[in-house]
Design a protein around this ligand. Structure first.
Ligand code: MN
Length: 438
């Protein structure tokens, strides 16, 4: 994804001649899936935004308008609809220029004005830490989301571009933003199943929040991978041969290194780097569900599975809609290899999550039968509930399963750990948690 985005010039300040270049790059992507009329509408939003931001500059010295164009490009790569891309181009217009919401509704439409307004409101929320965010601000966020989930997608793309250009900020400011990304935006992307975005946000957050640890780990990981490149190649070739012997067509991908994931595992499970990073991963993408199980059988006949390490997320998808077969096998020389098997549609969902479901408007083929998307279950829940507060409560429970949300008689929300009793609740009202009452 990153490679398709025009990288910021590291030399002199980019001149205004770069506007058309970046915009034509965006339009080229849009041309792949939108109608001519829709692309024109997006361009109209760009002109409006460029005029509103005028001479404003970013901390890097770049023209401000490059930022909304980059955000819109991220969303276009996710194949979001044209109104969402328009709102992305306009996302800082209310916050940073004199334009009011009503003017946007007049110039474009209410839907776009509402999205821009939603993003601006979310930007104003100051997340100091996760607990506070959950207690005081998550609900605002989710109220905004339940009206239009695209607001959150724009906000995530906004954060993504800000993280990619964090170099130009003062170190302490960059560190604070990185922390917020790790605590708030990473988990939200994860909860929406947006794996690609989550991984990039977390690795960038890790890099700016713990620069020394990041550098150390990144060196160690690349050493491991260069040391063992022939081992991984050998395993991949063996798998490829084994599958083709059984006439199973498959794409074999080696797993992405996720530094923050390795770091988190080391920290939470108190394990050493070698214990955590020693597991090699291979991903097998096939055409349909039946072939997933055939491929699994083939793999298990090639390498012995480690007992108790097989998981069928196809029959039992994760809450965020993720589906795959996972198995740990004993590879050559007794080295363990982690194998993930999935269909193309599942792969799409695993990488882009909720955004993959958003495309249902433009894609003919639905995702695999029996697949439960989180978005769909959200919509189902909403249909089943008249009361928006009740809906909100269910969404929260779904997002943070280890916490319980309790309403006071006054309708305020209190966050308690799972397993909390009514006594904890009473105690919370009077003492300990009184500061996080909304
Ligand atoms: Mn922004």
């Amino acid at each position: 994804m990153a490679s398709r985005i025009a990288s910021r010039s590291s030399q002199a300040v980019a001149g205004p001649t770069e506007h058309p270049t970046r915009m034509s790059h965006l339009c080229a992507i849009l041309g792949e899936y939108l109608t001519q009329y829709q692309v024109k509408e997006v361009y109209r939003a760009y002109l409006f935004s460029a005029e509103a931001h005028g001479d404003q500059r970013r901390a890097s010295g770049d023209y401000y308008i490059f930022h909304p164009v980059a955000v819109a490009t991220i969303l276009a790569e996710m194949r979001m609809d044209y109104k969402c891309v328009m709102a992305a181009l306009l996302h800082d217009v209310i916050e940073d220029t004199g334009v009011i919401k009503e003017a946007l509704a007049l110039e474009f439409d209410q839907e776009i004005a509402d999205m821009v307004d939603g993003v601006s409101k979310m930007t104003k929320i100051d997340f100091k830490n996760r607990a506070e965010a959950q207690a005081a601000n998550m609900d605002k966020m989710f109220l905004a989301m339940t009206r239009d989930i695209r607001v959150i997608l724009i906000k995530l793309a906004d954060r993504m571009h800000n993280m990619r250009t964090l170099d130009s900020l003062r170190i302490d400011k960059a560190r604070r933003i990185a922390k917020e990304t790790l605590e708030i935006y990473g988990p939200i992307a994860n909860r929406l199943g947006m794996n690609n975005i989550c991984l990039e946000l977390e690795d960038l957050g890790f890099r700016y929040h713990w620069p020394w640890r990041y550098r150390y780990l990144s060196k160690a990981v690349s050493k491991i991978y260069t040391d063992h490149v022939s081992f991984i190649d050998g395993v991949e070739t063996a798998i490829r041969n084994c599958l083709s012997k059984k006439a199973i067509a498959a794409i074999i991908l080696s797993r992405q290194k996720h530094l923050y994931g390795i770091y988190r595992k080391m920290r939470e499970k108190h394990r050493s780097f070698t214990e955590v990073a020693d597991v090699y991963g291979v991903r097998i993408v096939v055409d349909n569900i039946d072939i997933c199980y055939l491929a699994l059988g083939a793999i298990h006949s090639l390498y012995k599975p480690v007992p108790g390490r097989f998981k069928d997320y196809i029959a039992l998808p994760k809450a965020n809609g993720y589906q795959s077969l996972h198995t740990l096998v004993m590879g050559p020389n007794g080295v363990k290899v982690e194998i993930q098997i999935r269909t193309k549609a599942m792969h799409e969902v695993a990488e882009s999550g909720i955004a993959a479901h958003w495309i249902y408007k433009t894609v003919q083929e639905p995702t695999d039968k029996g697949h439960t998307s989180w978005l769909q279950s959200l919509l189902d829940m909403k249909q089943g509930t008249r009361d928006s507060l009740e809906f909100l409560e269910r969404v929260k429970v779904d997002l943070f399963p280890d916490e319980v949300y309790v309403f006071t008689p006054q309708g305020k929300i209190i966050v308690l750990p799972q397993g909390a009793t009514p006594v904890d609740f009473a105690y919370a009202i009077t003492h300990r948690y009184s500061h996080i009452l909304i």
